[in-house]
Design a protein around this ligand. Sequence first.
Ligand code: BGC
Length: 787
Amino acid sequence: MIFHESRSMNRPNRSKTLRRVMLGSLGLASVLFTSAPQAAKLGEDPIADVIAALSVEQKVGLVMGIGTSYPGMDPSRAPPLVGEAEMPVPGSAGSTASVRRLGIRSLRFADGPAGVRIDPTREAAPGETFHATAFPIASLLASSWDTELVERVGRTMGREARAYGIDVLLAPALNIHRNPLGGRNFEYFSEDPLVAGRMAAAIIRGIQLEGVGASPKHFVANNHEWNRYTIDVRVSQRALREIYLRGFEIAVRESAPWTIMSSYNKLNGAYTAERSDLLNGVLRDDWGFDGIVVTDWFAGASAAAQQNAGNDLLMPGTQVQRTELIEALKDGRLDERVLDRNLTRVLELVLHSNSMRGGRPSNFPKLMLNAPVAREAAAGGMVLLRNESALPLASNRRVAVFGNGGYRTLIGGTGSGDVNEAYAVSLLEGLSGAGYRVHEELAGEYQTYLAAAEATRPPPKRLRLPEPIPEMNLPRRLRGMVDEVDAALLVLSRNSGEFADRELEGDFRLTRDEQRMIAKVSDAFRRKDKPVVVVLNVGGVIETASWREDVDAILLAWQPGQEAGHAIADVLSGREPPTGKLATTFPLAWSDVPSSANFPGRALPVSDPEARGPQGTDPAAEVIYEDDIWVGYRHFVTREADVAYPFGYGLSYTRFAYEDLELSSDEFEGAIDVSVTVTNEGEASGREVVQLYLAAPGENKPARELRAFAKTRTLEPGESETLSFTLTGRDLASFDEAALAWVADAGGYRVQLGASSVDIRQEAEFQLGETKTIEAVSTRISATLRE
Ligand code: BGC
């Protein structure tokens, strides 16, 4: 391509005032964007005219952000400004330049999956606060299996984003829980792509209904943190299509996100952000995505390759990228038409944005109204894993609270999934608020211990988690305390976040302190026949098999957001009966998980000279997904391997019966309707998550796969509800690598309605007369699994 004058030079009335500005002046916004009296205006004139009024350098300045005030960022990496850098929202993740002359407003981006992540205070507004609601982590939301609830969470987040002038919320995150040690699993929904995709679609719908764009991330196969900027994930076409891409496909098709975020990692040899087959082929051609692709922050190696691949917007934007793009336009590595195509999409997003449509930030989200949504969502996704008649526990009972997490309840993980909330309710506060009488002497000892430990704890290293505080030695008077209460509540907490995966010892497995605490509390309370209830205040899966028999109940409360203590008390007392089910398997041992043989991967002898990230150059590394499609329950159910708690499992305070499974036909002719009636046969109210699995004929397929799910409304004892589902061709199909198509094999398909992946209550069969190609795809993700 020819590095030419801005096309506006050909337009007589605009050309004179538009000066061609060379690279050296890029930092001078006022020079670069010298006013032109009759320039085209975005929103009034066609986008092509607006683009024609820009110089090449200006165009380049608009397909990338203007830097970031990322907490912990080295300021020397912040690029100089291009265009008019409107004051971004303090603490937000980044923004783009505005060009007032052409009516182009700046786009503002904020994290992240658990709520709007911005600074709670501003230098420019002393005395004012800018908090946002901290919602429960995504793993909890998914465990609700309640898309209506999750959509409401999305709407509430969207309203807060809008109130703060945010155009795009960098959420949801829907990478697959491939392994329990994934450091950001808490930000992700599930091991199953249907659950992940449907949850993502619900939250995206909610956010976008409020006029804010969503940005499902990280596309794709970004399943752990180790060497995240360079890791080469090698995965088969089938596993990609059926497991890792599938959730994104559902989200794109069901909710049309305005943006999507490509990931840091490589996929089969090339950065995802630089793969045209992925971004243009799969995303746009196969799925019809018509939004913009945003890079993850500082992702990939080559800005030109990213632009060529259809990665429209480079975030947060660096000077290095700007220089590279200008050079690439000169030497032909990047065609200006490609740049224009990407810029067109960016400007379409600007046009869509709330601020462009006249929205002005109130900076006043209705936090008081939003807190009940966070509380309801938190209770709705808690999972009762074990209950030997210990729960519900009436809220006038006396309880002894053990474990640091009872007093410092973790409400979410760290990194971009963190939120600056106005307050966080600890379990202690929640219990007291609900009417429980908490053992004060024990609580006092914990508070003193924790305050002292916090005062001497070294500050966390940059971008690292704070050191966990070991569990306190239990009071000598433990036995006496047992007499003074009705039950023990024992909290186990886990934190994790960006930049690091979890550890096997002392994280997936319990610490010695925790083991001792459980043993002692269990012994003391069981002697007196008083129950021990464990609350898991965790972001991901932990080992439970070695100690669960020692306790009477286990409530998986996850990291429940700012209303943590209230929501846990709601579920313990039965004010909100437990209705969540696992969207991720709890294995007996970490090594039982097939991906553990290849987790997180291996460092390669050479370092990757191109790789860069906020931490500098990372070593080259690769991981081979030998577990292929055998992720989570697909493996355990097919191999009939024991687990601690299976996918789809969760207890309630009542019992449900499944009856009258009906299929609309016993021959598949394009679709089949399925219905089943669920009745509450117990003595308490509750809601049931009904799962529809399909056992398909043919070789090398999971014994069953989740193809639909629904949650009943609240059913009082004796009440019933009939739930309906529709199965389409895609539900029957698996991905045929040779045919490059979704193919349904001829034969008998068993429809299995279950209360979990191993608790099938009703079955029926239909036939597919002959093998059918359901949908061909146009893109083969190039490169082989091994090179
Ligand atoms: C994370 C993204 C996040 C972005 C902006 C990156 O480090 O991977 O999830 O949206 O930062 O904060």
